[in-house]
Ligand binder design. Structure first.
Ligand code: NAD
Ligand code: DAO
Ligand code: ZN
Length: 374
């Protein structure tokens, strides 16, 4: 039987409070669980959103956030068969149990196996594996990567090539895979097509990479912050457009520039007005718009239904439609084979003690991704 580990973690004690780096106790992995030494983790907007207290998915305090991590398996619990100590893994906020209705459908990556407990910050036995100052600390999205050691389920981690540098491929745990998958899997972009990407942060830039890999003919990078265009161009955007430079609505500008609209558009902003513009920038008869951005609680989308009657399609995508355990290893290989850029995204690096600086950097408009090391 394993022992409890004492280690460093960034604990969120309450909404809008800075994270507090302190010693936590991490219990040994239970049945079907593994304990991971996290080496690096990205910081994503969803962490900031949850920390703001506006997340409707009832979050409980204190909690250890973080869901974009990479680490090495320290120990495994009873009944774990596919993972061993020493394996390099990426935690998955969408598990892949391969036995639930969703997994077996072949139609979606949204596994339902532990949805209920994960959403309440608990392991399937309704308990948590973290303690701090004698108090139980909740898990986050089944990952809690802002801790030097974390416990996840076997179905919620993917083993990857140990040659992949964890301080880079940790980013494949969320944003990059999300955008890339949305382009190549959800939209299934066809060669010679036209694409517009609204919002060129980590997610949108990865849609651009997916569109390039599918040999799209024209790729519009749309952002209200022109500082993002340098990255977008490097990754293969053919046209960069700032909606603020035009009097007309951006959808009209794009429709005029593309002889009737785009084959594919993507919302990577989470702004519901942008979602509408993205749908309406699609070509009549066949254009598809994919919603990736996560809107604030209570927001709704709207357009005239005639937009859909006349053949435009509105879709959404979570984690790029990627099944973590089956498909993420291939994306790691794409990175190792230089088919997928990751390093360029890392504009900031911090030690865990300075993790609050990563949250500040996110708001300054220069940051694509921060990577935190322990
Ligand atoms: P980001 O903040 O780094 O990027 C957003 C970009 O949108 C910024 O460059 C910003 O300048 C731009 N923008 C803002 N308003 C705009 C407007 N009106 N028009 C054009 N551009 C505008 O965020 P990110 O990390 O790239 O994530 C993007 C979105 O995707 C977020 O909403 C995030 O929560 C969501 N997300 C979804 C999933 C999923 O599985 N569906 C996964 C990860 C992230
Ligand atoms: O199965 O009902 C469900 C929820 C699955 C989680 C999907 C999350 C997608 C968006 C997350 C934002 C980025 C971390
Ligand atoms: Zn499942």
């Amino acid at each position: 039987v394993g022992k409890t580990i004492k280690c460093k973690a960034a604990v969120a004690w309450g909404p809008s409070q800075p994270l507090s780096v302190e010693e936590v106790e991490v219990a040994p992995p239970g049945k079907g669980e593994i304990r991971i030494k996290i080496l690096a983790t990205g910081v994503c907007h969803t962490d900031a959103y949850t920390l703001s207290g506006k997340d409707p998915e009832g979050v409980f305090w204190p909690i250890i956030l973080g869901h974009e991590g990479g680490g090495i398996v320290e120990s495994i619990g009873e009944d774990v068969t596919t993972i061993q100590p020493g394996d390099h893994v990426i935690p998955l906020y969408i598990p892949e149990c391969r036995t639930c209705k969703f997994c077996k459908s072949g139609k979606t990556n949204l596994c339902s196996k532990v949805r209920a407990t994960q959403g309440r910050g608990l392991m399937p036995d309704e308990k948590t594996r973290f303690t701090c100052r004698g108090q139980k600390v909740y898990h986050y999205m089944g990952c809690s990567t802002f801790s030097q050691y974390t416990v996840s389920l076997e179905i919620s981690v993917v083993k990857i090539n140990h040659q992949a540098p964890l301080d880079k491929v940790c980013l494949l745990g969320c944003g990059i895979t999300t955008g890339y998958g949305a382009a190549v899997k959800t939209a299934d972009i066809q060669p010679d097509s036209t694409v517009a990407v609204f919002g060129c942060g980590g997610v949108g830039l990865s849609v651009i990479q997916g569109a390039v890999s599918r040999k799209a003919r024209q790729i519009f990078a749309v952002d209200t912050n022109p500082r993002k265009f340098e990255f977008a161009k490097k990754l293969g955007a053919t046209d960069c457009i700032n909606p603020k430079d035009f009097e007309k609505p951006i959808q009209q500008v794009l429709v005029e520039k593309t002889d009737g609209g785009l084959d594919y558009t993507f919302d990577c902003t989470g702004n519901t007005s942008v979602m509408r513009a993205a749908l309406e920038a699609c070509h009549k008869g066949w254009g598809q718009s994919i919603i990736i951005g996560v809107a604030d609680a209570g927001e709704e989308i709207s357009t005239r239904p005639f937009q859909l009657v006349t053949g435009r399609v509105w879709k959404g995508s979570a984690f790029g439609g990627i099944k973590g355990r089956s498909e993420l290893p291939g994306i790691v290989e794409d990175y190792l084979n230089k088919k997928l850029e990751v390093d360029m995204y890392i504009t900031h690096k911090f030690k865990i003690e300075d993790i609050n600086k990563a949250f500040e950097a996110m708001h300054d408009g220069e940051c694509i991704r921060s990577v935190i090391e322990f």
